[in-house]
Design a protein around this ligand. Structure first.
Ligand SMILES: Cc1cc2nc3c(=O)[nH]c(=O)nc-3n(C[C@H](O)[C@H](O)[C@H](O)COP(=O)(O)OP(=O)(O)OC[C@H]3O[C@@H](n4cnc5c(N)ncnc54)[C@H](O)[C@@H]3O)c2cc1C
Length: 413
């Protein structure tokens, strides 16, 4: 039995969570992506898994209202991927004796999965974007139980996971007032604007290549890093930090790092991400959190460009009602959506599936990660080489002047 079209399955885990016979488990395929696996001996063919699957139906959405936002506490910002909006939402819920669900990376197994936390000390586990897929395990069941006990719940994840959660709660007939209603509303959802997920396999091929390159064992790694010298500005924060087992570390160069070049060129995303139906400005969650890559540096205090600025979309009445209280910890300012949309593809459409995606995982199995990405993105690396050679010859500041002159000439300034 097929739960949904294989290419549309997002691995949200709604099918596994609602199966009353526990007949469904999530298993990694040969590319390292999770897919539901049905144990036919336990399955009673009730069809609930097909009915709950968000890939087989439409999910209600609401139009986003765009804000720029950042956390007023610099320490929080330093630890967050972008503007720290997630922490403000989590604090709001924890202050009401609520619980928070988000994605954590286990440093020993490198598995990313959703967990529940109920205190601010544990927020560090959930902060920072992990750019491969999180396993939602049985958290929708846990959330159902907590909502029935009248607890406040914040669920943060990708939009497809939020769709899975809503669909499971609807199937369990949890009172809609608690999920989407007014005064008795207990569930708050936040999706991280996602242009696609990679697999654990792709990342472990990258890590192997780096271990070979540096001739050291990598103990842990982070996809986002803000240091004294490298801030959030212009995507500087999306960098690989590799921690070696000898206690040293290396922060990779963003422009040439093969993981981010491959990720940003959509080389090894999950198949469903290339046809993601949650892209756009009509959103499924209460809040959508993104980086404000389009921010005008003249419109924010200079230190914000280093520490991080978020786009926060308030998509529902509930979200808009929360804004006055959130503004105790967040700086919030309404913005024209056009300042954000052109810089965040997922507000418009999914990324294009490159032809090489057909064979990329086979190639990663047999060849070094760096060579696969450099071969696939050779035009990008050629441009980068030319840029770096010119910079070396004429110096950084003359290079910048030259680029801005060219931009004026071609009308792109
Ligand atoms: C796979 C992925 C792709 C993304 N792509 C884009 C993009 O193209 N453009 C853009 O502007 N922003 C993107 N983001 C969102 C961005 O990286 C930040 O997560 C977001 O701006 C929130 O920042 P913050 O400072 O409030 O969050 P932080 O305080 O850093 O918290 C991070 C939040 O992300 C959640 N999270 C982390 N990893 C995962 C995961 N693997 N699956 C589900 N949830 C996770 C955590 O639970 C937490 O809620 C992406 C995030 C992810 C996880």
């Amino acid at each position: 039995m097929e739960i949904c079209n294989h290419l549309s399955c997002t691995a949200c885990g709604a099918c596994k969570n609602v199966c009353s016979k526990s007949a469904i488990s999530m298993r990694e395929d040969s590319e390292g992506f999770l897919y539901p696996y049905i144990d036919e001996s336990s399955c009673v063919n009730c069809g609930l898994c097909q009915k709950v699957c968000p890939a087989n139906k439409d999910t209600p959405v609401s139009a986003a209202t765009f804000y720029m936002a950042w956390h007023k506490n610099d320490e929080v910002l330093q630890k967050s991927s972008s503007g720290g909006v997630f922490t403000a939402l989590a604090d709001y819920v924890l202050a009401r004796n609520g619980v928070v669900f988000g994605a954590v990376k286990n440093p020993d197994t490198q598995e990313v999965c959703h967990i529940m936390i109920n205190n601010v000390q544990d927020l560090d586990k959930l902060r920072l974007s992990k750019y491969y897929q999180s396993d939602t395990k049985n958290v929708y069941q846990q959330i159902r139980g907590l909502l029935m006990q009248d607890r406040f719940v914040l669920f943060s994840g990708t939009a497809c996971q939020v769709a899975g959660l809503y669909s499971a709660l609807d199937k369990w007939k949890v009172n809609r007032e608690i999920i989407r209603g007014g005064a008795s509303r207990r569930l708050i959802t936040a999706d991280v604007l996602c242009h696609g997920c990679t697999s654990r396999k792709a990342v472990s091929c990258y890590i192997k290549a780096k271990e070979k390159q540096y001739k050291k064992t990598i103990k842990d790694y982070y996809f986002r890093v803000k240091t004294k010298n490298v801030g959030w500005q212009s995507g500087g924060g999306t960098r690989m930090k590799l921690e070696f087992s000898d206690g040293t570390y290396k922060v990779e160069d963003k422009a040439s790092d093969t993981f981010f070049v491959g990720f940003n060129n959509y080389l090894f995303l999950r198949e469903s991400c290339y046809q993601c139906k949650y892209c756009g400005t009509d959103r499924i969650s209460d809040f959508t959190l993104a980086d404000f890559w389009g921010v005008d540096s003249h419109e924010v205090p200079p230190k914000q460009m280093h520490l991080g600025v978020s786009v926060m979309c308030a998509n529902t009445d509930m979200a808009k009602k929360m804004l006055p209280e959130l503004s105790n910890s967040l700086y919030i300012e309404k913005i024209d959506s056009q300042k954000a949309i052109p810089y965040n593809l997922a507000f418009s459409q999914p990324g294009d599936r490159p032809k090489i995606r057909d064979s990329i995982f086979k190639r990663l199995e047999n060849q070094n990660f760096d060579s696969v990405v450099k071969h696939a993105c050779w035009k990008y690396y050629l441009k980068l080489d030319v840029k770096q050679t010119i910079k070396k010859c004429i110096g950084e500041s003359r290079y910048k002047k030259m680029v801005s002159k060219i931009k004026v000439m071609v009308g792109k300034a």
